[in-house]
Design a protein around this ligand. Structure first.
Ligand SMILES: [Zn+2]
Length: 86
């Protein structure tokens, strides 16, 4: 997977030591290192990647839950409004 990243001037930059790609957050760099340069990492970098990956997965799960809750709320909101109006 290849993608372009861009960090606006004046922002702090985290550059990949292997390919020089810039990232705006250290977390993104850790994730990039694990995905793109997994074979070249030492134990500390690998465990940092696993931590960041787990955190990212948890955040995604939470986001999905929130999105689902919002959909359910909208559905019953409309259903309730419909039953009151008609
Ligand atoms: Zn890289």
């Amino acid at each position: 997977m290849t993608y372009d990243t861009y960090v606006p001037p004046g922002e702090s930059v985290y550059e990949c030591a292997y390919c020089g790609q810039p990232f705006s957050h250290e977390e993104y760099l850790v994730l990039h290192r694990g995905l793109e340069h997994g074979d070249e990492l030492n134990d500390t970098q690998v465990s940092a990647f696993h931590d960041a990956y787990r955190e990212e997965t948890d955040e995604l799960r939470l986001f999905r839950l929130k999105a689902l809750a919002l959909l359910v709320l909208l559905y019953f909101g409309f259903l309730f409004t419909y039953s009151v109006v008609t």
